[in-house]
Ligand binder design. Structure first.
Ligand code: 26V
Length: 844
């Protein structure tokens, strides 16, 4: 195939805008991607022009940045499309064991920059941009974040997809195509305001609808709309259809292109056709809107389980559609059902897809007509469950009635699973009826409920936590009875993040410094970063690392100024706490630290203190009033400090609205101090902590989640650890009294008094009163006051180190060097070897 231009069909343009020179794709890339029946060949900017003018049917005068973005994205999709097809063909040909990652959330962020990078098309893209006079940074901004997740759990799923594709695993993600992702957050007078995230308003250039692969989902009830609300009619069986929309997941190097398949709910075309024929055409069509309601919106709360029937429907839709699809794929290549666990591994991302247990049993019993024991063995060997939280209020329990109404056959199966399981408990622990009650899949009470975590543990062969301490607490506290009985099922898989997005893509300057020093193998083997350890003592290398950090701070400051009109000084220490707002994550503790520092300066204006900028970002669940009040407090502190001449220029507090993947990609490289300050024993793992570490921030934090393992990797002496341990938190519960700290620690008292004196709420007296209950009279459940003093002490040590730039940078380098364990490639390799028994299947 020739290197020169191919595609004709270009619009007739005048001389000035005609393609003057073309961006030629190097032969090596043409060879790599031009596979399959439709050859992709030659000129990338001809493809681009065709998409720009012909897909949109516009003339040159209508071109804008959004259309340019779509045309570039479609051009990139052209390049990867045949590789994508080839990937699936290879898996089919090899009849490889597949990994299916079922998740209600995938927090993908933007795809364009990532796909260009992973396909190694940077230089071609650069040429197209040059020849077409495209402002690259502008068009990247046109892509909305795919915000189909709340926080850590959804972002982890996205990192896992990247790693599975890079490791060439035959893997697929299954999720829901929410029309509205996580809400957009803005701030009005300091308060969080939510707006809908209509991310699919424009054509999404990545998704491929595949209506011919739709799955029918049968329900024992039907839906209709009444006064604009979704109503359910029980005992009127109906069918929904789930339509798959596929998105490409490009592995690094572009060899493997896996699929993220998202389901959209719809009514079948024959929906209620007898009503059509009765003349109720319009009414019946209006009811078909009811079906589409199911995948309308992501639930924006990741901290409290609320009894929302619609969410239960969503979970069933995900499970029924995904299992229907993957079983169909299995049947197309295999006729022996007993081979199923050798051909499919299904990972349940938290309990949200746990209906997979009764659904797979139903398929094996009713469709495949296997006996109970065979079906149960296959189900258990296929499924595995990951737990992501120990918070009791987040543990899912669904009312029995809803099973009865929607999926009575599944309830029947759950009863039988429970009967057999409780028999085995009684056999193992005779006479221990209290244990039987605790372990039952059914919670008794005024409304009987199914305990989804119990069902997931019983119906699978593996239950894992997401960091060593979390897995340990799971075994010894949360589901201890299950560990007593089934110890071999429990294991740990410490989380990780993809270094392709969270270092290579978001921090090009630091990436270049690292690659110059140790080569680029770290991109696919992060343990290579260990080679940086000796360079911590190399003055030249330190100065380069420092230069990269300084550059990232300056770009972030420039971005803040141009996009939000906010001025921050890049010569101050950049200190961040970014994550969902939750009491256990203790953003309040950070606010108290800042007030203590503020008081010190007010009391002693001559005090020497390095100037600092404190960044907060994160969303509060719309119904979580206290979390919203924390946001208000931070914003009010910010305003008061800005107006106080004593501290101006020395302390600055900034709440950055609408925390999301693309904001994290800018803030993390610029951060010098990472705060990971949850009450020990409550943060399952954390993954932001890892992103900061590999970008050269130092961590000030508690011994919680994966932060413990991070400190182990770089040495505790290179961490600023403080506060109660998880054991101490548990042991102190009985007698802990926040009042003691208030009475005996003058700075603690002064900080609280300042809040309650309305210093930060002069025009809104009393608004922070609810914090008195949280922090004092209500017992301070998350023990903020217990840890405040040691937080301040650790902070002082940190400031002392900052005053010595060489010592600081040395430590930052030792942290980067120690971050290799926290690649999601390592995590996925462990899942593949220890849970899935899955092997790479290179695309040929
Ligand atoms: C729970 C719920 C409860 C019902 C309503 C909707 C909803 C949505 C999500 C969740 C799951 C929250 C659990 C979660 O995100 N856990 C986080 O998982 C991260 C990845 O393993 C981990 O790093 C964080 O520490 C953990 O908080």
């Amino acid at each position: 195939m020739s290197e020169s231009t191919v595609v004709s069909n270009l619009p007739q343009l005048d001389g000035e805008t005609a393609v003057s020179r073309s961006a030629v794709v190097p032969q090596e890339l043409v060879d790599r991607y031009a596979c399959g029946p439709v050859g992709f060949s030659g000129s990338a900017d001809a493809l681009y022009d065709r998409h720009l003018f012909h897909d949109n049917v516009v003339g040159e005068e209508s071109v804008n940045a959004r259309l340019q973005y779509e045309a570039v994205a479609r051009t990139v999709r052209d390049v990867l499309s045949q590789r994508w097809v080839r990937t699936e063909q290879t898996y089919q040909r090899e009849n490889a064991k597949r990994v299916y990652y079922l998740s209600m959330e995938f927090l993908m962020g933007r795809a364009l920059g990532n796909n260009i990078r992973n396909l190694q098309l940077d230089s071609v893209a650069g040429e197209v941009f040059k020849s077409k006079n495209i402002d690259w940074t502008n068009i990247l901004e046109e892509e909305p974040d795919a915000g189909l997740g709340n926080g850590g759990l959804g972002r982890l799923a996205a990192c896992f997809l990247d790693s599975m594709a890079t490791l060439q695993l035959p893997a697929m993600g299954y999720g829901l195509r929410y029309e509205y992702g996580i809400f957009k957050q803005s701030i009005d007078n300091g308060w969080q305001v939510e707006r809908p995230d209509n991310w699919l308003r424009y054509n999404d250039p990545w998704e491929v609808a595949r209506p011919d692969e739709a799955i029918e989902v049968k329900l024992n009830c039907s839906f209709h709309m009444e006064d604009g609300r979704l109503k359910v009619l029980s005992n009127e069986p109906s069918t929904l259809i789930a339509i798959p929309y596929d998105r490409p997941i490009v592995g690094y190097g572009g060899t493997t292109v896996n699929t993220l398949r998202l389901w959209a709910a719809a009514a079948p075309d024959y929906f209620d056709f007898h009503r059509f024929s009765k003349g109720e055409f319009i009414a019946a069509l209006a009811d078909s809107l009811a079906a589409e309601t199911i995948t309308r919106v992501l639930y924006p709360d990741d901290s409290t389980m609320r009894g929302e029937a619609l969410r239960f429907f969503q979970q069933y839709l995900l499970v029924a559609a995904s299992l229907g699809d993957l079983v169909r794929r299995f049947r197309a290549a295999n006729d022996d059902w007993h081979a199923f666990p050798d051909k499919a591994a299904i990972q349940l991302n938290d309990t949200h897809p746990t209906l997979s247990v009764p659904e797979l049993m139903r398929i094996l019993l009713d469709d495949a007509r296997l006996g109970w024991d065979e079906a149960w063995d296959i189900t258990q060997r296929t499924l595995a469950y990951t737990n992501h939280t120990l918070l009791p209020e987040a543990l899912e329990k669904w009312p029995l009635e809803w099973f009865e109404m929607l999926i009575p056959r599944h309830l029947e199966i759950i009863y039988e699973i429970n009967r057999r399981f409780l028999d085995s408990v009684r056999e193992r622990f005779p006479g221990d009826e209290a244990r039987v009650t605790r372990m039952s899949l059914v919670e008794e009470g005024s409304t009987r409920k199914i305990r989804m975590a119990n069902l997931a543990i019983v119906g699978s062969h593996s239950t894992n936590g997401v960091a060593a301490i979390h897995s340990e607490l799971l075994r010894t506290k949360t589901v201890r009875d299950f560990h007593d009985m089934l110890p071999e099922r429990f294991n740990n898989k410490t989380n990780g993040v993809t270094q392709r997005r969270w270092l290579l893509l978001c921090n090009p300057a630091l990436s270049a410094v690292i690659t110059d020093a140790i080569g680029d193998r770290w991109i696919t083997d992060l343990s290579e970063l260990r080679k940086l350890t000796p360079l911590a003592d190399d003055a030249e290398f330190r100065s380069r690392v420092r230069g990269a950090k300084r550059g990232a701070k300056a770009s972030f400051a420039a971005w803040l100024r141009t996009t939000q009109g906010v001025v921050v000084n890049p010569d101050t220490i950049f200190d961040s706490v970014v994550k969902r707002i939750h009491e256990y994550k203790r953003q309040l503790l950070d606010a108290l630290r800042i007030i203590v520092l503020y008081n010190r300066l007010r009391e002693n204006p001559d005090l020497e203190m390095q100037p600092r900028t404190f960044f907060f970002a994160g969303k509060a669940a719309p119904a979580y009033a206290l979390a919203k009040l924390i946001i208000k407090l931070v914003n009010n502190i910010s305003a008061v400090i800005d107006n106080d001449l004593v501290v101006r220029g020395r302390l600055k507090v900034l709440f950055l609205p609408d925390y999301r993947v693309s904001l994290a990609e800018r803030l993390i490289p610029a951060t010098e101090v990472s705060n990971q300050i949850s009450t020990a024993g409550y943060e399952a793992s954390g993954t932001g902590n890892m992103k900061f570490m590999m970008n050269g921030a130092l961590t000030i934090g508690t011994r919680d989640g994966a932060t413990i393992e991070m400190a182990e990797e770089s040495g505790e002496e290179n961490f600023f650890l403080f506060g109660l341990t998880a054991d101490q938190v548990a042991d102190n519960r009985g007698w802990y009294n926040p009042q003691w700290h208030y009475e005996n620690e003058p700075e603690t008292r002064a900080a609280l008094d300042l809040i309650f004196s309305d210093h930060f709420s002069a025009n809104e007296p009393g608004i922070f009163e609810p914090l008195r209950k949280t922090l004092l009279t209500g017992g301070d459940f998350y023990m903020h006051l217990a840890d405040l003093t040691s937080y301040i002490e650790a902070d002082q040590r940190l400031l002392k180190l900052y005053a010595d730039p060489d010592a600081w940078t040395r430590m930052a380098i030792l942290n980067i060097a120690g971050s290799g364990k926290f690649s999601s490639d390592r995590t996925i390799a462990e899942y593949a070897a220890e849970i899935w028994d899955a092997k790479p299947c290179p695309v040929r």
